[in-house]
Design a protein around this ligand. Structure first.
Ligand code: SAM
Length: 233
């Protein structure tokens, strides 16, 4: 997959007034057209972050697959957990600073300064060509790895996975086989995986890898989403 942001990508206003990006070639959006913030809040914060915090995972290690515009990292930092969070994110096609600058997420955050913190640090880190980039958003330490899931190497095992890849329709390989095995291998025992959609294939693949799967109420405008838990031995 090749991507030229200037040529292929435009802003798109979603149903809740928050903006997202649309790939003009594939017509794929980075978030739900019904509402970008609404979807991220439901899938990743409510069904993911709040769930693992209730389960008592501390300190929390999160892996996001597909950092994109940084919306999920901002909402996680805005949740204002008392405990520090280690937040690793993978993004092979880093979104250019001008686009990150022009998302309208500030108005959806309780801590209005977070978006500026993200933009300022993203600017410095991209100028330095750091990989990973390290950004501090409140008590959330965010490391963005400019690498695809298939090439990512780490000794970390994560308590929570935000799986925010493009849909099966445009990136089928992200939803089956080796990449699902890889992401499951990166989960800690007791770790939780959340994603915005669910298919029979994905559920089956997860079950075969020993996970307990739950179809959950989807974000507004979507019927279902998936949460899967890696049982403790
Ligand atoms: C649905 S968008 C994610 C939206 C993002 N979480 C946000 O809040 O803006 C999917 C993202 O996955 C990235 N991506 C594509 N291939 C990938 C891969 N092999 N590994 C990790 N991320 C990938 C895309 O570049 C894109 O930014």
């Amino acid at each position: 997959m090749k991507l030229n942001y200037a040529e292929n990508i435009a802003f798109y206003e979603t149903g809740d007034g928050s903006n997202t990006l649309i790939n003009k070639t594939t017509n794929e959006t980075y978030h739900s057209k019904h509402g970008a913030v609404q979807e991220s809040m439901h899938v990743f914060i409510k069904m993911g972050l709040e769930f693992v915090l209730r389960q008592g995972h501390r300190p929390l290690r999160i892996l996001e697959v597909g950092f994109g515009t940084g919306l999920n990292a901002l909402l996680t930092a805005d949740y204002n957990c008392i405990e520090p969070i280690v937040y690793h994110a993978l993004e092979p096609f880093l979104v250019p600073l001008e686009i990150i600058n022009n998302t309208n997420y500030t108005r959806f955050l309780n801590q209005k300064h977070l978006k500026d913190y993200l933009t300022e640090q993203y600017k410095k880190q991209t100028e330095l060509e750091n990989n990973p980039m390290t950004l501090y958003l409140g008590n959330c330490e965010v490391e963005i790895f400019n690498t695809p899931l298939e090439d990512f190497k780490t000794d970390f095992r994560y308590d929570l996975i935000f799986y925010d890849a493009f849909s099966r329709h445009s990136q089928q390989e992200m939803w089956e086989g080796e990449l699902i095995q890889k992401v499951v291998s990166l989960m800690a025992d007791g770790g939780v995986f959340v994603t915005y959609s669910v298919t029979g294939n994905l559920k089956r693949a997860m079950k075969e890898l020993g996970l307990i799967t739950e179809r959950m109420q989807g974000a507004p405008g979507k019927r279902e989403m998936l949460r899967a838990i890696k049982p403790k031995p």
